[in-house]
Every structure is written in structure tokens, then in C-alpha cells.
Design a protein around this ligand. Structure first.
Ligand SMILES: *Cc1c(COP(=O)(O)O)cnc(C)c1O
Length: 393
């Protein structure tokens, strides 16, 4: 399948992507680039990957027609239930795939960076499953803020290394992980979204594409058609959106809506709406759109949801934005909290705060009669209960 939304040989989506890495890291990146497609497309990988997704993760995740939500908004709204996956979100689709690739490359040690700890937990989980050594880099500030996930990672056997430089958050953890990777080229760097140097964005998108692959046949069973009219997903780095969009990107009849976190308001100074506030630059080894100051230094983003609190978007999303193939919308903290309560009251499903941003654009859209809408329910809200309860008070 040839698509203009797949990267070219050098890892570019239009002007975005590439691999901007220090020379010392080049052999690591090259090794992965030379092997990842062949591994992913091999029958052996596909069998192991599909088997683990079924027996361990619990796939296929249901495509649920949310009747009361549909009634309220006047459309057929289907929820792709990634929240029902083992560990509670879509992130495990990616880490299962990457751990199998790491094993095929003969790696015995895995490193990862994490902000909220969700990707760290998904990484520590698959390392426990495979008996691999796991080190997770995490900002010192995030270690304090995300104590329950730190405890989960430790119980799963991971070593947590605090990043004490800069703002002591995700971008600093990423810098530490890259520094460690340079010094230990025998390790495999498991990135948690469609970001980083080529081939990571493409590799992660291919591993999350199981979401849209399932949506196709599930919709066929339910509606007789393999395509919806609209797909909505939230965007931090962009992996759950990439997975939900993947098989539909070339079909212009399918409307793609990406929802970013506006924090306290897009222009409030406390926001993570990257496409609206960002400019072209280089972050984590790829050319994309990112929030930066006049010196090109990364600006600290803000969102109530830790998973959307990221200063860039992956290169595929920068291209979807620039080419206008996807519509970029955003939702504030408050709109997301309201949407989370609405889904809980109407459907008995508590979504993750990240996911709630995707739900929050429903009141801003107008639907035609019988419009079929799929919302990617990227994760469950158990981790966010404290925030939800605080909002009630
Ligand atoms: C991490 C996370 C996100 C944001 O990451 P993407 O790579 O943009 O998908 C969204 N939802 C949930 C539940 C997450 O854990």
C-alpha cells in the first residue's frame, strides 16, 4: 500500500520528520531503520504480535455504539474501547510490538522516557513479561506528581532514573534517555509516541494501526460499510490518533479530527495546543511543529492531562496539519472535565482526562443525519480520579 502519508526513504512526511541525531547515535538509529519493516512484516513477528494482542492485551477492543451519547448529539457515535486494554490505554499496543522488535535485534536492555508514567508502566509491563532489564527516565518533578505510576513501575521491576536538569519534566527525561542511549548502544530505546528520530514515528504508527484495522471490519459488521464519516482522537505526541486514522488517511471522504489540549485557553500562556502555538523546529530528533521561544528553546506546555502536556506533535501530525488533511481542534481543561462527566453519566464509562479532550469537541460540531462518528477512547480514567473528584468539590 503506497500512501502519501507514509514517510519517504529518509523518514520525511512532506517537510517533517527525518533523524536529527548526534553522530554517536547514528549506528543505533541506522540499525533499527535497516530492520524494522522487515521484522514487522515477517510472519513470525505478526504471529507473536497478534497472539499477544489477543491473549495478553485483550484485543480486539470493542467498537461500542454509545446510544445515549448518540441521541444527545444526533449522530451514530461509536467508541473504540482502547480503555479496556491491559494497563488501561492504547500504549500497550506499541510496547508489545517494540519489545518483540528489540528481542529480534538481540537487545537485552530496554530504556524509556515517561512524563505521566503511562508509557513507563506499559514499558515496564512488557519487560516483566519478557524478562528484560528495564530503565525508565522520569523528571524529578513528575516522579513526585505521579507517585502511583512510579510505584507500579517499581513493582514491575523497573529502575527509575530521575532527571534533575531543566524543568525536571518530560523533555528533560528525554534528554537523559538519549544521553544514556549514546553511552549504551546495546540498549533499545522504546519511545512512547509517534515522535523521535525516524524510524520511530513510522514504527509506532504501524504498531498502533491495529486500531484502524479493527475499526474497518467492526464497522462493516455493524453498518455494512468499512469507513466512518468522521474519526476523532486526542493528540499529545499523536500515537492513538495515528492508530485510529491510519487506514483511513488516504480516503478523503473520511474526516479526521485531531484534538489538542488548550489548557486554560489557547492564548492564555498555559496551553499545549501545539499546532496553534508552535512553529517549525527540531525536537527529540525530528523536524516538526513545536512550541518554542525566540531562541528556538522548547517552551514548557501546560494541560490538566499529563499525557497531552507535550510541547510538540509527531511529524505525521505536523504534515496532516499543514496539508489540511486533518482538522485540528482543541479543548480546555474545563471542557475536558465536563466531557468526562458527561460520558460517565450517559454511558457509565469514566474516560482518561486525555481522552476527554476528544469527547469535548462534540458540542462544537454539527452532524448531518445518520453521520457515523468514531471516537478513539484512548484510555480509562481510574488514574485521574483525584482530579475528577477535586473538580466536583
Ligand atoms: C499517553 C496518552 C495519550 C497521549 O499520547 P498520544 O501519543 O498522543 O496518543 C492519550 N490518551 C491516553 C489515555 C494516554 O495514556
Amino acid at each position: 500500500m503506497k500512501s502519501k502519508f507514509h514517510p519517504d526513504k529518509s523518514g520525511y512526511f512532506g517537510q517533517f520528520g527525518g533523524a536529527f541525531v548526534p553522530e554517536l547515535l547514528f549506528p543505533n538509529v541506522k540499525e533499527l531503520e535497516d530492520n524494522y519493516i522487515q521484522i514487522i512484516e515477517s510472519e513470525e513477528f505478526q504471529q507473536e504480535y497478534k497472539d499477544l494482542l489477543k491473549e495478553y492485551v485483550g484485543r480486539p477492543s470493542p467498537l461500542y455504539l454509545a446510544k445515549r451519547l448518540s441521541e444527545k448529539y444526533g449522530a451514530y457515535i461509536y467508541l473504540k474501547r482502547e480503555d479496556l486494554n491491559h494497563t488501561g490505554a492504547h500504549k500497550i499496543n506499541n510496547t508489545i510490538g517494540q519489545v518483540l522488535i528489540a528481542k529480534k535485534l538481540g537487545k537485552t536492555k530496554i530504556i524509556a522516557e515517561t512524563g505521566a508514567g503511562q508509557h513507563g508502566v506499559a514499558t515496564a509491563t512488557v519487560c516483566a513479561l519478557m524478562g528484560l532489564d528495564c530503565t525508565v527516565f522520569m523528571g524529578e518533578k513528575d516522579i513526585v506528581r505521579q507517585a502511583p505510576n512510579v510505584a507500579r513501575m517499581k513493582m514491575l521491576g523497573a529502575t527509575i532514573v530521575p532527571a534533575t536538569s531543566g524543568s525536571k519534566t518530560l523533555k528533560d527525561a528525554t534528554n537523559e534517555a538519549i544521553r544514556y542511549w549514546i553511552q549504551h548502544p546495546e540498549t533499545f530505546y522504546m519511545i512512547g509516541s509517534v515522535v523521535g528520530p525516524h524510524p520511530h514515528p513510522d514504527m509506532v504508527a504501524r504498531l498502533q494501526a491495529v486500531i484502524s484495522e479493527e475499526i474497518q471490519w467492526q464497522l462493516k459488521e455493524k453498518t455494512g460499510k468499512t469507513t466512518p464519516d468522521t474519526i476523532i482522537a486526542c493528540v499529545g505526541g499523536g500515537s492513538n490518533a495515528a492508530g485510529a486514522f491510519y487506514h483511513f488517511m488516504d480516503d478523503e471522504n473520511v474526516e479526521l479530527i485531531a484534538v489538542e489540549a488548550a489548557g486554560l485557553g489557547v492564548h492564555s500562556g498555559e496551553s499545549a495546543a501545539t499546532s496553534q502555538l508552535g512553529e517549525v523546529g527540531i525536537i527529540h530528533g525530528s523536524k516538526t511543529i513545536l512550541m518554542q521561544d525566540e531562541y528556538g528553546q522548547i517552551k514548557e506546555p501546560y494541560s490538566i492531562s499529563a499525557g497531552l502536556d507535550y510541547p510538540g506533535v509527531g511529524p505525521l501530525h505536523a504534515f496532516l496539519y499543514e496539508s489540511k488533511r486533518a482538522t485540528f481542534m482543541n479543548a480546555t481543561d474545563r471542557e475536558a472535565l465536563d466531557a468526562a462527566y458527561e460520558l460517565t453519566k450517559l454511558e457509565g464509562i469514566i474516560p482518561a482526562l486525555e481522552t476527554a479532550h476528544a469527547l469535548a469537541v462534540l458540542p462544537k460540531l454539527t452532524f448531518k443525519k445518520n453521520q457515523v462518528v468514531v471516537i478513539n477512547l484512548s484510555g480509562r480514567g481510574d488514574k485521574d480520579l483525584e482530579t475528577f473528584i477535586k473538580y466536583l468539590e
